[in-house]
Design a protein around this ligand. Structure first.
Ligand SMILES: [Zn+2]
Length: 623
């Protein structure tokens, strides 16, 4: 099952991504990249883009991105190993699927051992180390006593670069393979988790296979550690031979007995939601590990119980997975129901504040389709005939996605009843919508925007990034694009502190600390990897023209924007710290001089160096 990283790299580099994708979608060459209609969503103008040299694709419409292996996995619904085997055969790579069975099980045993030792190390640190006091305070404030900490083997990864590496004394290769550490650019071994509360992720038998970790929230008035830059709230081990995210469910090992007993499993989004359910007396909750629910998960769950309760927002139930849930229900003969959470709350929070409501929401969970139809009709304005017709039509668009005509018809009758409309008319409209996925998608889209407006929710985070980018982050995006495609032109001129947008900043950090683009994507968080893949398929304009060199212009723009922001911070400080007013306004004046010098050819190089240094210092001092 496990392949060597060298084999996987060989398969990736030998696969012609353009040829592979061309078998499923037609691509056209535009400059150095290829573009075409996206095979993952319906569209009329091409927003799917492929970079064949780097071997990545990205869709600017629906946001999917990945490499050859993830393409085959998604298109042909294969697991990782089968996708690698398929591609290996296709490009003629002989996989050494472990020289001997013994060698493989020994290697896996080594990884299990390493993760177990890490979980225990972190757990003991949390229980007794003086530096874990803050973590203990935080957990207590969430209502987690010692019993909870022991039951879920929570831990504390200390605020040090290499505490775990030093304590475990394992070979760097094992630490890396187990997803616990990495070797930084300077060749030094570093821990993967630092200054985080850890949640061990186990296989169903209870053996730890990975770690999920959360940063501590900042205390009132506390500034983030300037040395570290913005970080994701949650971070998971990278995938390893013993940890496959699409297959793993957090807490299944603790929950399975009660899942089987109740023939019901509650699926949450986060580790703390699961622990909350246990505390509220529902010890049959699990969570996916930072991914959407996959069919692989679904299959596992349906082996344990036939009733699958989704304890999260139905829109969050994975826009992309929604229609497939009905197929999964059929294939794996399980029933999916949705627990209606009060607006704006999650199970973890409810368990603390109002456990009875959580228990009631799970007990009264409704079939997936009924829940979705209700979301359309409850709260819709049914006062005038036109409004009733519009609401009914939106509800029909939801119903149209269900594959069973018997199921659909029951919902048609209920909608006719609730909206006071003729059922036969609705049936005819339903059949039209069944044949017209585009009209359906439009109605569903309208509904989403409408309900978001009603609830004042922000637009979803998977909306195409450029549209919602803070204009001040635009220079960062361009600079990152150049750092991806022309690292030699960026060299050591840029610092993470120049990037205002946190995702761009950590994506740049990932680039800095990786030896290749592939390694940067692999080592980055989900949002950062997505952004990097998008940039990799996107070709920058870098030809020098009579108006100047776009790379230079871009770097100057980045430094300038960051300097202006730091200048704002400085002036804000000058207002609140009158005793430093003179010193700070002196600094502001010299910064403004540097900004002028930055655009003068004779002085720009020196001004840039001085500004970048000044910005890094300021970023450290900013609130
Ligand atoms: Zn797409």
């Amino acid at each position: 099952m496990a392949f060597s990283p060298e084999d996987i790299a060989e398969v990736r580099s030998r696969t012609d991504l353009v040829a592979l994708i061309s078998e499923k979608a037609s691509l056209r060459r535009v400059g150095r990249r290829w573009t075409g209609l996206c095979p993952f969503h319906q569209e009329k103008s091409p927003s799917f883009s492929v970079n064949s040299e780097e071997g990545f694709y990205h869709c600017f419409g629906c946001g999917v991105s990945g490499d050859a292996i993830s393409f085959i996995r998604a298109i042909d619904h294969l697991d990782f190993a089968d996708a690698v085997r398929f591609l290996a055969q296709r490009c003629g790579v002989t996989l050494t699927e472990d020289p001997t069975q013994a060698g493989q099980s020994q290697r896996r045993a080594g990884l299990y051992g390493a993760v177990e030792e890490a979980v225990e190390f972190y757990h003991q640190r949390l229980l007794s180390a003086p530096d874990a006091g803050r973590a203990r305070d935080y957990l207590r404030s969430r209502g987690y006593d010692g019993d909870v900490v022991r039951q879920f083997r929570l831990g504390w990864a200390p605020d040090e670069w290499d505490a775990l590496s030093v304590a475990l004394k394992l070979p760097a290769k094992v630490m890396e393979e187990a997803g616990l550490g990495f070797t930084n650019r300077a060749g030094r071994q570093q821990d993967f988790f630092r200054s985080r509360v850890t949640f061990p992720i186990c296989d169903p038998s209870g053996k730890p296979i990975a770690i999920g970790a959360r940063i501590l929230p900042l205390r009132d008035g506390e500034a983030p550690d300037p040395r570290r830059g913005p970080e994701p709230k949650y971070k998971n081990s990278t995938e390893t031979p013993i940890y496959v995210k699409n297959r793993t469910l957090y807490a299944l090992n603790w929950a399975k007995a009660d899942i089987v007993r109740a023939d019901e499993v509650v699926v949450c989004e986060g580790y703390t939601d699961v622990i909350g359910c246990f505390q509220a007396g529902i010890p049959r909750a699990v969570a996916t590990c930072g991914t959407a629910l996959t069919e692989e998960h679904f299959k596992t769950l349906s082996n344990f119980a036939k009733r699958i309760v989704l304890a999260f927002d139905a829109d969050a139930a994975g826009q992309n997975a929604i229609t497939r849930v009905y197929e999964w229900e059929k294939t794996h003969s399980a029933e999916v129901v949705v627990a209606a959470m009060p607006a704006g709350s999650d199970p973890g929070q409810l368990a603390r504040e109002d456990p009875e409501t959580l228990v009631a929401a799970i007990a009264s969970a409704r079939p997936f389709l009924a829940f979705r139809v209700d979301r359309v009709l409850v709260g819709a304005d049914l006062s005038a005939p036109e409004r009733r017709a519009a609401a009914a039509e939106r509800a029909l668009a939801v119903v149209a996605e269900h594959p069973s005509d018997l199921a659909r018809d029951q919902y048609v009758m209920s909608i006719a009843d609730r909206c006071g409309l003729d059922a036969d008319n609705l049936r005819r409209r339903l059949e039209q919508l069944r044949r017209d996925p585009e009209a359906r998608a439009k109605l569903l889209q309208d509904r989403k925007t409408q309900s978001r407006r009603e609830q004042n929710e922000p637009e979803p985070s998977n909306a195409p990034r450029p549209a919602r980018l803070d204009p001040r982050s635009r220079p960062g995006l361009e600079a990152l694009r150049i750092a991806v495609h022309f690292p030699e032109r960026v060299g050591t001129r840029l610092e993470p502190s120049l990037f205002i947008d946190p995702v761009q900043r950590s994506a740049f950090q990932a680039l800095l600390s990786a030896e290749s683009l592939q390694a940067a994507v692999d080592g980055a968080g989900d949002a950062e990897a997505q952004l990097l893949r998008q940039l990799i398929v996107d070709e920058p304009m870098v030809e020098v023209t009579e108006v100047g060199d776009p790379v230079e212009a871009c770097i100057v723009q980045l430094v300038r924007t960051a300097a202006l922001r730091s200048l704002d911070g400085l002036l804000a400080r000058a207002r609140t710290e009158p005793e430093k007013f003179a010193e700070l306004s002196e600094q502001a004046a010299s910064t403004r001089r540097l900004l002028e010098e930055l655009v003068e050819p004779a002085t720009s190089v020196a001004a840039e160096v001085a500004l970048v240094q000044w910005i890094s210092e300021q970023e450290g001092a900013l609130p």
